[in-house]
Design a protein. Sequence first.
Length: 327
Amino acid sequence: MTEPPIDPESDPRTGHATQAARLYYFQDLTMAAIGRELGVSRSTVSRLITFARASGLVEIKISTPLGQAPRIERAFADLYDIRAHVVPVSETVDELQRLDRVATFAGRLLTSFFESDMVMGVAWGTTVSAVSRKLAPKRTHNSTVVQLNGAANTRTTGVSYATDIIRTFADAYGAVAQGFPVPAFFDYPETRRHLWRERSIKRVLELQDRMNLAVFSIGVMSSAVPSHVYSAGYLEREDRAELQRDGVVGDIATVFLRSDGSHDRIALNDRSSGPSLDRLKVVPRRVCIVAGASKLDALTAALRGGLITDLVIDDISAAQLILRSRG
């Protein structure tokens, strides 16, 4: 169960935590020295500093001087004209641990991207769910987090899964949460066309059109950590066969694409509730989060299609992708 977000405005620790953080980060005092100044123990100072980071009172940002980005990150910029954020991960960790490390980094990074008066679009999925649990809190005003694709299927409404992710994002930033109460895939394309004319649905679509920031991962049929859309009953056997015939390698927000980055004339896309990839491409900042080599074919397709501006990826997978791209 997700813990409720910390509200620094009402928490009694905020005053002392702010003092401790200022002395620690701005004046370079040791925790022992801060303890003497505040009249508390060193362990109390440590807890106050931890609280300051967890509550969003302190935001940590690492700036890389122009021209001094790590080699792999420069390679992504040269090959695909994107900003890559490569996460160091030991070769000894398993896939779940790899995802956890990448999600932790992404959760901190998104806090530096999202500001007041912004709209963030979020596509549900296994990776984004992991990121939602690692978000660094930040107070914003007049901001909104909107769900990008519906979550219902023939076996479940999907509401609790998707809503939990969207609500967790919104709570971290003090934003308004806007769900999207439609199926992930419609049975008929004409059903989607008719529903898209309804005023309640048009309001959500118009909010998506105002996105400043989109957050998503890449879904694939086979992965060490299964993509939710493929593991939770969203696709029937005939759907999977159709995707194979259409040359699909993966999806973004339940919209499918081929290895060359194209997405036209894929029949299932006409029934998807996710935003068209052409609509996605006009969002100013599009953050894709990937952990593990099993998604590299689909990720390469998304890069070829110009669908990503910022990529968060583990270093081993990043190096493999660069080698493939140059091979």
